[in-house]
Design a protein around this ligand. Structure first.
Ligand SMILES: [Zn+2]
Ligand SMILES: [Zn+2]
Length: 354
């Protein structure tokens, strides 16, 4: 009911400003349960006295001790995304983040003026909140002009340093400690490093880690997956394979002669995945996807040598009475779907806040 009345009575729509102000006051009562209780018990006069006391209290807090919270007001958190490599998340790293934030002006201690000249804010009629139209519905938000205090420094008393703004821009560098095993999309909170505002609790600076894709490794939780190509001779005769890890170690894998390696085999190297955060010496596993590489160019004499070694396999399996149908084959064209299903599990969380 009250919300509709506000729409009807707004001075911009031909309403009476005084009536509108009284409605705003009623709205202030509605959004502040403490004011509501005073209004219900002591009526309009009681509320006026109460509001005067609240303003005096605010006044003392703002101009007595800058930086003290008033009514739980808090500045917005600020979010910074930093791009990190998978190596950074594996090994850990100190990553500096520099930004400019607003801090309380030291010249005027956040008062905005050298001498204190104060009046009720003309934007919110001293209520600290303004009513805005959002999708044709009136909504209240902290007053932008007085930072929700309901008070303004009078013109002419402006501090020369902050020009009456109460705050000045200042550069800040945070050192982000990326611990081994931290994840893509992980948010690290630096309490109280957002913008300062007189009479408000300072919000936090939140740093979000965004991992770049890695050319050789995919991460899935604490596990890593990589591809390994083995030439056909090693696959048959055995030998050594090497994988360069994220900390520049090289993993040497012995392939025994007696085991024939098949294409698309899936190996697991226990304990060679990502470090597990909060568990020193604990690591996930490394998954290895094998592809056996066949030689691309063989000479006629090399093929002849292979035939001598491997023998005429196809003919050997034929029975004399087999009913043969000679067919022509064509190259199969891949449909446009992802072939490497095993790589699809990697999640990517963007920093949607900026
Ligand atoms: Zn205001
Ligand atoms: Zn100042």
């Amino acid at each position: 009911m009250v919300k509709e009345t506000v729409v009807m009575m707004h001075p911009d729509r031909g309403g009476d400003a005084e009536v509108f102000q009284s409605i705003i006051q009623a709205h202030g009562v509605l959004i502040h349960p403490d004011r509501r209780a005073v209004y219900d018990n002591e009526g309009e006069e009681g509320l006026s006295k109460y509001m005067a006391a609240v303003r005096t209290d605010m006044f003392n807090r703002i101009f007595g001790r800058a930086g003290v919270s008033v009514g739980g007001r808090r500045t917005m958190d600020r979010i910074h995304c930093i791009r990190v490599s998978l190596e950074d998340l594996y090994n850990g790293k100190i990553h500096p983040v520099t930004f400019t934030r607003k801090v309380i002006c030291v010249t005027c201690s956040g008062k905005g003026g050298k001498q204190i000249g104060v009046k009720e804010c003309k934007e919110c009629f001293g209520q600290g909140v303004t009513i805005n139209m959002l999708q044709n519905l009136p909504t209240s938000s902290p007053c932008q002009l007085c930072f929700g205090t309901g008070l303004m420094v009078t013109v002419g008393d402006k501090c020369p340093t902050c020009e009456g703004q109460k705050v000045v821009p200042k550069e800040k560098t945070l050192l982000v400690d990326i611990e081994p095993g931290m994840k893509n999309g992980q948010a690290l909170t630096f309490e109280g490093y957002s913008d300062q505002s007189p009479g408000a609790v300072t919000g936090d600076a939140i740093v979000v880690l965004e991992q770049d894709d890695h050319p050789r490794f995919e991460r899935n939780g604490d596990n890593l997956t990589t591809k390994l190509s083995i030439d056909v001779l090693t696959a048959i005769a055995g030998g050594k394979a090497r994988i360069k890890h994220l900390d520049r170690r090289t993993l040497a894998i012995a392939i025994p002669q007696e085991n024939l390696i098949r294409d698309r085999e899936h190996w697991i190297v226990p304990g060679k995945g990502m470090p597990v955060p909060g568990k020193p010496l604990a690591f996930g596993d490394l998954h290895v996807k094998i592809s056996v590489e066949f030689p691309k160019n063989l000479s006629v004499s090399q093929i002849q040598q292979l035939k001598e070694v491997l023998g005429p396999i196809l003919e050997k399996n034929l029975s004399p009475n087999e009913d043969l149908d000679e067919v022509v084959v064509e190259a199969f064209k891949k449909p446009e779907t992802k072939d490497d299903v095993w790589l699809e599990n990697a999640s990517e969380e963007g920093c949607s806040h900026q």
